[in-house]
Design a protein around this ligand. Structure first.
Ligand code: CP
Length: 309
């Protein structure tokens, strides 16, 4: 049984493929899975705001016939009285079969694993990793393209603190013929340790770095837009200076390939104009929907449930 998903590389490439196939089966025939997690309970512990990750996990568990205990924020729990993460996890893992945790501190999901007696899924820890967003992103590619390999990816925005970017780039290193275009202001460039993690897996990987998105848009098969994250800045002035560095509008989208895909983990603030939503290449809301199905597959896998139907 898989005990943790903290880093996206905790799952093998074969397990990713299994999840994509299971997610697709569930997407096509959800009625066959409505009793699968009967009598199982999932806890969502969110120490940081969320819409998609928490609610898609909860919806996924309900759609599998399971039940959910939710801590949507810390104010209504004993965390507000000063309870440690270790004590919270030791307690909650007596009540449920699987825990999903989001926390603002890097490394906190690994701490949860240490103190939990049930499987733990990292739903985002600080600027570190967000592995189920990566599952969502790769499942979306699988559903649209049938494959992950042979694509040129452009990552745009906050590449320094963006955990969705860190997890996705790290995982893409396992797939052949992937090109990376990194579009960010100098202050928000991809950290060297993430580049190193890619180079460890694929020593031939190259990173094309630019601060001018127009220069690279025509080369991309996938544009992965991200938000400049106010909550990760130490200085409000820096955030205000950088927040509108990249805005994808209709004119810029017209520079892209006709069959390119525009993705975004969401939430969006101002980095994609609303007019772009109507372009068939803009698939970020479908991406968020597919996230629920791949989480159904993941919960099933981590609870050891038989998805053969
Ligand atoms: N993509 C993502 O993690 O969204 P939420 O913050 O709304 O969960």
């Amino acid at each position: 049984m898989i005990k943790k998903l903290v880093n996206p590389l905790d799952l093998s490439i074969q397990e990713y493929q299994h999840l994509f196939e299971t997610g697709k089966t569930i997407y096509e025939s959800p009625q066959n899975f409505t009793q699968l997690a009967n009598s199982k309970i999932l806890a969502t512990l969110f120490y940081e705001p969320s819409t998609r990750t928490r609610m898609s996990f909860e919806s996924a568990m309900f759609r599998l016939g399971g039940k959910v205990l939710s801590m949507a924020d810390t104010s209504s729990s004993s965390v507000a009285k000063g309870e440690s993460l270790a004590d919270t996890i030791k307690t909650i893992s007596n009540y449920v079969d699987i825990i999903v945790i989001r926390h603002p501190k890097d490394g906190s999901a690994e701490v949860a694993v240490k103190y939990s007696s049930v499987p733990v899924i990292n739903a985002g820890d600080g600027a570190h990793h967000h592995p189920t967003q990566t599952l969502t992103d790769l499942f979306t590619l699988y559903m649209y393209r049938g494959k992950v390999s042979n694509n040129s990816f452009g990552f745009c925005g906050d590449l320094k603190y963006g955990r969705t970017v860190h997890s996705l780039i790290t995982t893409l290193a396992r797939y052949p013929e992937v090109n990376y275009y990194l579009i960010s202001p100098e202050e928000l460039q991809l950290p060297q340790h993430i580049k190193n993690s890619v180079l460890e897996v694929n020593p031939k990987a190259t990173f094309n770095e630019t601060s001018q998105m127009e220069e690279v848009l025509p080369n991309l098969d996938v544009l992965y837009m991200t938000r400049i994250q106010r909550e990760r800045f130490f200085n409000e002035d820096d955030y205000l200076r950088l927040k509108d560095t990249f805005i994808l509008d209709k004119n810029k989208v017209n520079m892209m390939k006709k069959d390119a895909l525009i993705m975004h983990p969401l939430p969006r603030v101002s980095e994609i104009t609303y007019e772009v939503d109507d372009d068939p290449r803009a698939i970020y809301f479908e991406q968020a929907k597919l996230g629920m199905y791949i989480r159904m597959a993941l919960i099933s896998l981590m609870l050891g449930l038989n998805t053969n139907r």
